[in-house]
Design a protein. Sequence first.
Length: 429
Amino acid sequence: MDALSGISGFDGLFDVWEGPAIGLMDLDAFFASVEQLDHPEWRGKPVIVGGSPEERGVVSTASYEARRYGVHSAMSSAQAQKLCPDAIWTHGHFDRYREMSDQVMAILADETPFVDQVSIDEAFFDVSPGRFSRESPIAIAQRISQRVSELGITCSIGLGTSKTVAKIASDRDKPRGLTIVFPGTEQSFLGPLPVRAMSGIGKSAEAALKKSGIRTLGFLAKAPAEVLRAVFGINGEVMRQRALGLEASSVAPIDAEDEVKSVSNERTFARDLTDRRDVDAALHLLGETVGRRLRRRGLAGRTVTVKVKFSFGEGRTIQRKLAHPTDDENIFVSCACDLMDTIWYEGMHVRLLGIGISDFKNDSGVQTDLFCDVDERGAVASDRRDLSVAVDRVRERFGNASVGFGRAARFGDDLVRPDKFLNQNKPHE
């Protein structure tokens, strides 16, 4: 039996599932859907979340009403405005998106402990019969879809025997789709699809494959080994196995001890930063969020990473290792500002800034300087950390907008979007 889409029910025949059952849940036009949920008067209208068209902004998410005009993510806001002049624009409310995402991920965790969250609006989940529950994987996927709908947003789900199949299936029927690829039907499902349907195949790989007459995943699966090696190197055989639907996928428990490799925060600016005071203020603002996330997870790291993108398209990423682990932004942001001195000078146009902390190994018995305190983990903190903790508590109780530092007002709405928040140490596509 081949893949089925948009299933509203199933009989006893479908209730038998043998082998792995991996799902991919993708929230539909997530940011725009949350905005339409919170603004009922926007429902049924084209909504675009992104930077201002007048300030060289970029589209983050477009509602399905806006997509009918050709608007899509990563498109320049100026082009989107030309395509859809009547669209409703918003810079976004990312605390609200995180709140909704947490509710959705809690639904997945309630259904199975095996969840890989790969982004704010996307997660793999393992509902293989017997691994956690003996219930039908299809019934579980249907229930997840229904429970997400009850939050006021929708999702599309792909269900198959591997992550590759689940990911491709999730894109087949949007929005509100549920596409099932039954065990044993992987090749008939994948074979006719264009090679770009599979993650890991970009424009250059697609062009190289086309030169060899390989346009579909079916042809890729049958291609000579030397052709695949020329395109994918040592991963040639891995790509063949994926195209055949024979990939062995694993989904780790959500409470895996080595779950987090790094905690980071990036922002793209509607207007380029050229002033040193603005650059430092932006780093402190990003660092506040990173520090809060570190403390929430009980993590302290030693490696500080700064990422910069300039207006002319080039970028740099630099790192420095601290003498001691910390979760205190008052310490690691100071280091980040020093790092900026090595790659930036006054007047250079900064389009994006990011700051991250990694290397969470615990060090004990370290010698600190006179002005630092050390906790039981060997982590250092400044005399301002107590203030940061107090701000954390107020925001947890009353929301992020309840209290803030003066540097936030410096930017107003010029912080366009957060680009990532966690780097999970889990296998994913």
